[in-house]
Design a protein around this ligand. Structure first.
Ligand code: ATP
Length: 217
């Protein structure tokens, strides 16, 4: 099974890394790929360049077997739609291999508003990184999907290549890239919120210097 975790990663931080490693270990994934998005669909565009964000992801994952960066979104022009990324991964991995798309709990609650959500479920399982003890989603349609697609059997994720939903309780770290960019822009240190290698790279490249940190307020 392959895990796929997309994000702007502007920059990548421990709030991404620890829950992703929790999932990697809980599901026994063969590999977990981090995909920096090229341009975001529902949010402001990233501050650091694509090359800088990719380099920061690579630095964060160095030395952790089973975690790797995948730059396919950065190579594609236009908005990053998950369904297109999954199509591309399917072409690489073939129709039988299980693909697990990792999403945050909040992101999952709005899943049915995504671009072509049922095509996404035809291409991948959803793995929801949930706050321990979090309530079920409010949306009745999503609750219905969860009722019929949800599973607690790892074998179900292995047997089918796509279409199931798995809820995994993961470590909660109240860290956001927005806050880290704000600290950089204010001339304060974001150390201990993200790997030192990422911090050094961001400093060296001046990714989030005060001039560029327009969302730092
Ligand atoms: P920003 O502050 O710029 O919006 P972010 O810190 O939320 O960024 P993203 O790259 O947008 O980071 O996040 C990618 C994915 O990681 C999303 O699915 C998001 O829900 C999840 N995520 C981000 N931060 C955390 C965190 N602290 N704990 C769990 N999941 C997280």
């Amino acid at each position: 099974m392959i895990g796929v975790f997309g994000g702007t990663f502007d920059p990548i931080h421990f709030g991404h890394l620890r829950p992703a490693l929790d999932v990697h270990q809980a599901l026994g994934l063969d590999e977990l790929r981090f995909l920096p998005l090229n341009s975001a669909v529902h949010r402001a565009q990233p501050v650091a360049s694509a090359a800088q964000r990719l380099a920061m992801v690579q630095a964060a994952l160095a030395g952790e077997p089973g975690l790797r960066a995948d730059d396919r979104e950065l190579a594609r022009a236009g908005p990053s739609y998950t369904v297109d990324t999954l199509h591309s991964l399917r072409q690489e991995l073939g129709p039988r291999r299980s693909i697990c798309l990792l999403v945050g709990g909040d992101t999952f609650n709005a899943f049915l508003d995504w671009h072509r959500p049922f095509d996404i479920l035809a291409l991948a399982h959803l793995v929801v990184m949930q706050r321990p003890g979090a309530a079920a989603p409010d949306d009745p349609a999503l609750r219905a999907e969860l009722a019929c697609r949800g599973t607690r059997q790892l074998a179900a994720l292995r047997q089918a290549p796509a279409g199931r939903i798995w809820i995994e309780s993961v470590t909660q770290l109240d860290i956001s890239a927005t806050r880290i960019r704000g600290l950089f822009a204010a001339g304060r240190s974001p150390r201990y919120l993200l790997p030192d290698a990422v911090l050094e790279l961001a400093r060296r490249e001046a990714c989030y210097s005060a001039q560029r940190g327009h969302d730092a307020a």
